[in-house]
Design a protein around this ligand. Structure first.
Ligand SMILES: O=C(O)CCC(=O)C(=O)O
Ligand SMILES: [Fe+2]
Length: 352
């Protein structure tokens, strides 16, 4: 069993009936696994290949160039370059007493778990609140223009298509989620995992990425051929490797926290981690080859309310999440990554 691979072309070019059938299928799979893999979503293999070429150039910039555009490790949306070890994904998700992963609500997590990856996060030009620090044009000519102007909008369109499919599949009014994405503050991340001796994984303290859920509505994740991504196997326990099929346009789509909140847990987020690819599992003397991935975090408008919708609050399932704005939820989660939590509302009120 693996994450189902679905041809998404009918969503853009099919009849109304085919669209509905596809939307229902995708939504059913999301309910089961929290994830699907899509092909024929409209982004070409050439475009995706080009991102890997840019990533290679970006991560090979001199360390000083990358340090000059470092992400500020506070509770705000991530922007710019994050060095290896900066982001600690182990801090955002933990298991409850029943053994289920939950959004982490306290500080009671191991503090010495390290992710071995570096990444660059950006958003659209003109973001009034959290602009992106880009590398200088002289150091990587054309990078900013293409990544922001060409690739980001393509991913934003696919994210909205998938969310429209989920609206249809859940039988909520069209626009329930997508009308909360009008400011286009989605975030794109290119990510590089340097080579890693497998013996380091044996300590249990180090992974390429510890188990976590993402923060937006959904994440689109493109991975190169290396492998190592795994999602929680809800049916059998343990982990399901998401082995790349070799189809260059294949993209994983993962349900993330904002959609969990709005559906009051009706859709559950995909817990995922990155560890050794299947062929290198349990090898003590191997080296994981370097790996590149690309993620689009589909985000809600900052001031939009993303609390549970009334139709998902029932006698059996009372309201599970507070009615936060998207930015409040985002701040809470990013703050956990960096031990930089925003002040609780009540604390702010008392001190005023
Ligand atoms: O690189 C991957 O395969 C996963 C990355 C990830 O989970 C993330 O950046 O949130
Ligand atoms: Fe993730």
């Amino acid at each position: 069993m693996s994450v189902p691979l679905i041809d998404f072309s009918a969503f853009r070019t099919g009849t109304e009936a085919q669209r509905t059938e596809l939307a229902n299928r995708v939504t059913e799979e999301f309910k089961k696994h929290g994830a699907v893999r899509l092909i024929s979503h409209g982004i070409t293999g050439e475009t995706i290949q080009k991102v890997y070429e840019w990533s290679d150039k970006f991560f090979n910039l001199p360390a000083a160039e990358k340090a000059a555009i470092a992400n500020v490790r506070d509770a705000n949306p991530q922007r710019g370059y994050s060095y290896v070890g900066s982001e600690a994904t182990s801090k955002v998700t933990k298991k409850d007493q029943a053994g289920e992963f939950q959004i982490c609500e306290d500080d009671d997590v191991a503090q010495d778990l390290e992710d071995v990856k570096e990444h660059f996060d950006y958003t659209r030009d003109g973001d009034p609140d959290f602009p992106t620090p880009w590398p200088s044009e002289a150091s990587i000519p054309g990078f900013h223009k293409w990544m922001e102007g060409v690739f980001l909008p393509e991913c934003q369109r696919v994210a909205r298509d998938v969310l429209t499919a989920i609206e249809l599949g859940l039988k909520v009014p069209e626009g329930t989620f997508t009308s909360r994405m009008e400011s286009y503050v989605d975030e794109l991340r290119i990510q590089h995992y340097p080579p890693l001796p497998t013996e380091k994984l044996m300590t249990g303290k180090i992974k390429r990425c510890h188990p976590h859920t993402d923060f937006g509505f959904i994440t689109l994740l493109f991975q190169d051929a290396t492998g190592g991504l795994e999602i929680e196997d809800r049916a059998n326990g343990g982990w399901l490797p998401v082995v790349p099929t070799g189809e260059p346009t294949e993209v994983g789509v993962y349900i993330s926290d904002t959609l969990v909140h709005m559906t009051n847990g009706h859709l559950r987020a995909a817990v995922h981690q990155v560890t050794a690819p299947v062929s290198l599992k349990d090898k003590e003397d191997g080296v994981l080859p370097e790996r590149y991935t690309i993620a689009l975090f589909g985000k809600a408008d900052r001031h939009a309310r993303v609390g549970p919708l009334p139709q998902f609050i029932t006698r059996e399932t009372p309201q599970r999440f507070p009615n936060l704005t998207a930015l409040e939820l985002h701040n809470k989660r990013v703050g956990q990554l960096y031990d930089a939590r925003p002040k609780a509302k009540s604390a702010v009120a008392t001190s005023a």
